[in-house]
Each structure stands twice: as C-alpha cells, then as structure tokens.
Design a protein around this ligand. Structure first.
Ligand code: 5GP
Length: 177
C-alpha cells in the first residue's frame, strides 16, 4: 500500500493478534522518523552499506523510491520464514521481485477509501515531512494504486481494525487451503 495508507497501524494490530507472524525488517537509507527504532522498524544504513549489500546479493528484493533505497535483507527473512509466516511491508516493485523468487507468496494491497482520503492522511501525519516530499509520495501513490490490479488481494483501509481482520482472515484461509 501507498505511503500514508496506514499500513504500519494495520500491521501493528495484526501482529498483536497473531504473535506468530514475523515482521521482515527492511534496510533503508532514509532518515528515521520520530519514534522509529533502528533494528525494529528498519535497519537504518548508509547508501554505501546498501550498495555493498546489493553487490553481495544480500537482498531478497530492493528498490529505490522516495529518493532512498529500500531492501529486504534475505538472511533475516529466510530465517523467519523457517519459523512461520513473514510479513513484508514493501512497495510494488519489490513485491513483484519477491513473487518471482518466492512464488508461494501472497500479495495483499492495502488501499485508502479514496485518493483524496490518502492525501488528507499523508498531510495530517505531522511527522515533519516537507511539502515537496508529500507531493512526491502522492505521485507515487497514484502509480502504486494502479499496480494493485496485479495483487492477489486488495483490502480497503476504511477502518484499521476491520482492515487488519480482513487480512488475518486471508492468512487463515490460506493456511486451510
Ligand atoms: P516509508 O519511507 O514511508 O517507511 O516507506 C516508503 C515505501 O517503501 C512504502 O511503500 C514501503 O512499503 C516501502 N518499503 C519499505 N521497505 C521496503 C523494502 O524493503 N523494499 C521495498 N521494495 N520497499 C520497501
């Protein structure tokens, strides 16, 4: 889902309800936002470290967007995968790369009730993001929302609890397949 859609909140609710779900901690070159903890929300690394990891084929997928690099360190993801379901909070380019390498993946797109609602949420987030960054994220969100057709499921985040439950239901249905 696009930046500002509330993925973090929805994922937080889901993980509380199902403690066996493991979160894949991405590496990023962007600066931490207020409240973000290194090693928990992201591994905050330098561009140099990121490029070294690309060279070492240490990413399951990676992409450059929002003027920063983002990637899923393969080792931590595969270790978590051995223990159960792993949740990756990644952009469409990354998700399609993952689908190539791990065809058993389920791709779920979280969408806002409307584009206008997303704009309102992104502007209201109040985490000190500059106007030009907000505009960049909104442009990107339009493109991401177009990609949702290629996902296995599209879930509307009209209410965080309901949205989290819908995703948990998708996961348990998959387990009973
Ligand atoms: P944010 O900077 O708001 O935390 O994340 C911006 C975008 O980057 C979101 O769409 C998020 O899902 C995506 N993202 C976060 N981690 C990764 C990653 O490891 N790989 C890819 N491809 N995208 C990521």
């Amino acid at each position: 889902g696009a930046s500002g859609v509330g993925k973090g909140t929805v994922l937080g609710i889901m993980m509380k309800k199902r403690e066996d779900l493991k979160f894949s901690v991405s590496a990023t070159t962007r600066d931490p936002r207020e409240g973000e903890i290194n090693g928990v929300h992201y591994d905050f690394i330098t561009r140099e470290q990121f490029l070294q990891m690309v060279d070492a084929d240490a990413f399951a997928e990676y992409d450059i967007h929002h003027s920063a690099c983002y990637g899923t360190p393969r080792k931590q993801m595969e270790e978590k995968l051995e223990k159960g379901h792993v949740i990756l909070d990644i952009d469409p380019n990354g998700a399609f790369q993952v689908r190539e390498r791990y065809p058993e993946v389920t791709m779920i797109f979280i969408t806002p009730p409307s584009y206008e609602e997303l704009e309102k949420r992104l502007r209201g987030r109040n985490d000190g993001m500059a106007e030009e960054k907000i505009v960049g994220r909104l442009d990107r969100a339009k493109w991401e929302m177009e990609q949702s057709e290629r996902y296995d499921h599209v879930v509307v985040n009209d209410d965080v609890e309901r949205c989290a439950k819908e995703i948990l239901d998708i996961i348990s249905n998959k387990e009973h397949e």
